[in-house]
Design a protein around this ligand. Structure first.
Ligand code: SAH
Length: 260
């Protein structure tokens, strides 16, 4: 089998620049913290080529495309048993690893947000992520409060990970070229194991706050039916995009305290 035919509905844009591929793989930094790396969406293995030479960790692959998987199985015989045909969004990582693992990949851009929600769900076992995605989403994830592009994923991910925007990648190094520019980011889990508040409520507050990002929180959070003491807080004069992660934690705690 020679090549995989790029399929648009699977977000397949194959990276053709091996120098960039190597740079992405070299961006994994925490080799001492884990021995397993899962590559999401290897396609034709441009990253895999560099991953398999590493002695610090073992590489496993998951791709949803049977044509890619057939290609990978013929090219990476040493990875036998560690090439999975499947949907990362439906994967239960516990069936693969009984310890921590890092995630790497040039993500299918159409589902990059869903991939991050899935990573958050399993953050206890994922100390590091290095990935390429649309530049716009990368900037959003890495942005800080006070910024127009700061949003739900910025807050939820920054609550548990330190994020580095590493570098921008142009359209011309892909086959076929995507419509948008790309960027590579790295997420390294921080010291926060558990938030100092009800995490489910935290998520609701963040989501609701950003749903109406131009309104003050007093208005944006109306559907949560907040007690009057909370509505009087100065913090509620602000808009969601002005709050730090710690502000959201503080607010969530205050809401929980007054609901009891
Ligand atoms: N890493 C390769 C391919 C990137 S394209 C490269 O850089 O060239 C994105 C890849 O993700 C494709 O191979 C596609 O088949 C795969 N993919 C798409 N949706 C997926 C999903 N839900 N789970 C796992 N892989 C997926």
């Amino acid at each position: 089998m020679s090549k995989v035919r790029p399929k648009k509905h699977l977000g397949q844009h194959f990276l053709t620049d091996r120098n960039i591929a190597e740079r992405i793989v070299e961006s994994l930094s925490g080799h001492k913290g884990y021995e397993e790396v899962l590559e999401i969406g290897p396609g034709m293995g441009v990253l895999t080529d560099f991953l398999i030479n590493k002695e610090e960790y073992r590489t496993s692959l998951i791709d949803i495309d049977s044509e890619s998987v057939a290609y990978l199985k013929t090219h990476y015989k040493d990875l036998k048993g560690r090439i999975i045909e499947g949907d990362f969004l439906r994967l239960d990582p516990k069936t693969l690893f009984d310890k921590d693992f890092a995630v790497i990949g040039n993500f299918p851009y159409n589902i990059s947000s869903q991939i991050f929600f899935k990573i958050l769900e399993h953050r206890q076992t994922i100390p590091e992520v290095v990935c390429m995605l649309q530049k716009e989403v990368a900037e959003r994830i890495a942005s800080k409060e006070g910024n127009k592009i700061y949003g739900i994923l910025s807050v939820l991910l920054q609550a548990f990970y330190d994020i580095d925007y590493l570098f921008t990648v142009g359209r011309e190094v892909f086959n076929p070229p995507p419509k948008v520019e790309s960027a590579v980011i790295r997420l390294r889990r921080n010291q926060v194991n558990k938030l100092d508040c009800d995490e489910a409520l935290f998520k609701r507050v963040v989501k609701q706050g950003f749903n109406n990002r131009r309104k003050t929180l007093r208005n944006a959070l109306k559907p949560l039916d907040l007690p009057d003491v909370i509505k009087k807080m100065d913090l509620l004069n602000k808009r969601a995009e002005q709050l730090t992660v710690d502000d959201f934690v503080f607010l969530t705690k205050a809401i929980a305290d007054h609901k009891n």
